[in-house]
Design a protein around this ligand. Structure first.
Ligand code: SF4
Length: 249
């Protein structure tokens, strides 16, 4: 029997109160997506970190100081500012999945999209990727490495989604409930949940509407599909500050 696919709106909810800042999500992201080790000359902004965990503080004196960890990735905006500025149509909001896709083959490296992204979630490849001898054997064959001169970012492990969809089609099943990104899979505390935000049966949909859930820079109207959750008011108040300010706090 043919299975009708409806559009989905994949998004993520990050529970900041559960994040310990261990960085497992960053490592898993790099391994899954064939992100090469940064060359020695790379700086804080010229390295490639599609998933990056920032420590943030409450600004109180040392004896009352609190720290939280904020995993930052592409927000997969419903109104992505990076899409409209790209002269190459290298950025596209996939209406079927809600994922903002990046096509390196079309990118000419102008970096307009990086300027337009208020979340600093895009990265320019300043160098061709190079892996230590022998490490090439560990590369993920389902993800093409990006070349020097193009921009990249998180695509919510789209190759995993495609594999799960193929399997679901082969099994005659509806869209895959098994799809999970590498970062979510690797998190030892279960701080991140991925799912269809329009499907009321998903945990992601419920968490997105839970008390204490917020979006970063919601006032800009970009409609981020990555949400955060915290019971701490000072963490929630960070949401209206830019990612750069948060990183420097
Ligand atoms: S893996 Fe989980 S706990 Fe560790 S830094 Fe990432 S989100 Fe936080």
């Amino acid at each position: 029997m043919a299975v009708t696919k409806k559009n989905r709106r994949y998004g993520m909810i990050v529970d900041v109160d559960l994040c310990t800042g261990c960085g497992a999500c960053m490592v898993a992201c790099a391994a899954e997506n064939n992100v090469a080790p940064a060359p020695e000359k790379a700086t804080d902004r010229t390295g490639i970190t599609p998933m990056r965990v920032y420590p943030v503080h409450n600004g109180a004196p040392a004896d009352k100081r609190q720290t939280a960890f904020l995993p930052l990735l592409c927000m997969h905006c419903s109104e992505p500012p990076c899409e409209s500025v790209c002269p190459q149509q290298a950025v596209e909001l996939d209406e079927a999945t809600g994922i903002v896709t990046q096509m390196p083959q079309r990118c000419l490296g102008c970096r307009y999209c990086m300027t337009a992204c208020p979340y600093h979630a895009r990265y320019f490849n300043w160098w061709d990727p190079q892996w230590p001898v022998g490490m090439e054997a560990t590369l993920n064959p389902t993800v093409a490495p990006r070349m020097r001169g193009v921009v990249e970012k998180c695509n919510l492990c789209a190759s995993r989604l495609h594999a799960a969809e193929d399997q679901a089609t082969a099994d005659g099943q509806p869209p895959p409930a098994t799809y999970v990104s590498a970062c979510v899979e690797a998190c030892p505390t279960g701080a991140m949940v991925l799912g269809d935000l329009d499907d009321p049966t998903t945990e992601a949909q419920k968490l997105a509407h839970a008390e204490g859930t917020f979006q970063l820079l919601a006032k800009l109207g970009t409609g981020p599909k990555v949400h955060y959750h915290s019971s701490r008011p000072w963490v929630r108040s960070l949401a209206e500050r830019s990612a750069k300010e948060q990183a420097n706090a």
